[in-house]
Design a binder for this molecule. Sequence first.
Ligand code: GLY
Length: 393
Amino acid sequence: MKVVVIGAGVAGLGIAWRLARGGARVTVLERASVGAGATSASAGMIAAAAEMGHGDSPEAAFARRANGLWPDFAKELEAQSGVNIGYRRNGSLMVALRNEVRRHSHSAENPGAANLHAQGADITMLDGETARAKEPMLTGNVAGAIWAPHEALVDSQALCRALAVAFVRAGGELQSNETVVRIETDAGHATGVVTPFKTHKADAYVLAAGAWSSRIEGLPPEAVPPVIPIKGEILVLAQPAGARLPEHTVWGNEIYVTPRGNRLLVGATVERAGYDTSLSQDAQEWLRKQSNGLMPSLEEWEIAEHWAGLRPASPDGLPILGETAVKGLYVASGQYRNGILFAPAVAEVLSRLVLERTADVPAFSPLRFAGTKPDTVSVIETPHKGGEWRTGF
Ligand code: GLY
C-alpha cells in the first residue's frame, strides 16, 4: 500500500512512522521543515489531567489512553532513532493562589479536583505549605494545589527530530519544503495531491497539516476539516548561575511553567490572530508578570528565547480523526492544546484505520462537521492585550 501524509509535525510523522513500520510505502510532504508548525513551538507537556475538562468526555478517555501509550512510544522511538527525546514523568502541580478569583485558570475547561477524581486521575490535594515544599520557588501566596504525579513532559523539538529519523530508517520518504496546494478527487475518492513540483499518487492520503489543514484547495466543503489557528506565545527563561530549576510542571496564575534542560518554559498565550506568528511585547510582559506572580524569584531570570506557534482548533474543541467525506482521504487535526499528549494514540488510531480499516474513536469523526466553515471555533483567550478572559469569535 502507498500512502502520502501531508505535514511533518508530531501527528503526521507519528502516523507515517507507524504506517511504514506496518509495511506501507509512505511519503511525507511538509510545506516548511520538520516540526515547523505547532510541534516545535509546544512546551511538550503530556498533561492528561491539567489540560482536560470533563472526566467522562471522549477527549479525556483519549488522553488517558495516550498517556498510557507514551512510555513505550518514547522507548521505541529512542531505540529506533538514537535520539534522546527527554521524556520523563516529572509530575504536575496545579496551584491555586490565595487571592485568585475562581475563574478560568489555565485552560478553557478548568478541571476541578472532584472532576479529576471522577476521571480516575491519580491526584492528591496538597495544602499551600506542602505545595511549597515540593516547589520551593512558589509564592507564599499559594492556597493549595493538586498534585498529579503521572503528568510527563518531552522535548518537543527533539521529538520531531527523532520521529523524522525513525520514519526514514523505517523506509519512509520525507520531503521538506514541498507544499501540497491541492487534493484531487474523482467521484468522491481522493486521487492525488498536487505540489509545485509534481502530483503524488497513492492508495490513501492523510491530512495532518495542523492549523493549515483547512487551507488546501480542491476538496468539497464537507471534506475540509474546519480548523483554525490559535496563536500561543512562550517565553524561555535562562537559569541564572546558582539558581534552582523547578522540577515539576506548575500550572497557576493563568499560565504554566515547565523545565527543559537548564531552561524554564513559560506559557502560553491563547489568541485568535489568524496565521500571524509575530512576537508581541504585550504577550512578553503578560507572561513575565504572571510567572513572577507564581514564582517571584523568576524576576531575576533573563529571557533566552521567545517564540510563537499556531494550535489547530476545531469548532467543538475535539480532535478530528478519521476518514473524510472523500474516500481515501483521512484527517488527523484539531488537537488544539494537546498535540503532544495525543500523539501516540493518534498514530495508533490513524495507522490502524488506514492499514486495517478499524475505526475506534467515532466521536472524533470528520463527518460530524458536514461542511461547517472553519471560522466557528470558540476559544477562551488570555488577557494579555489588557482585557479579561473572553470567548473569541
Ligand atoms: N498545551 C499547552 C498549550 O497549548 O499552551
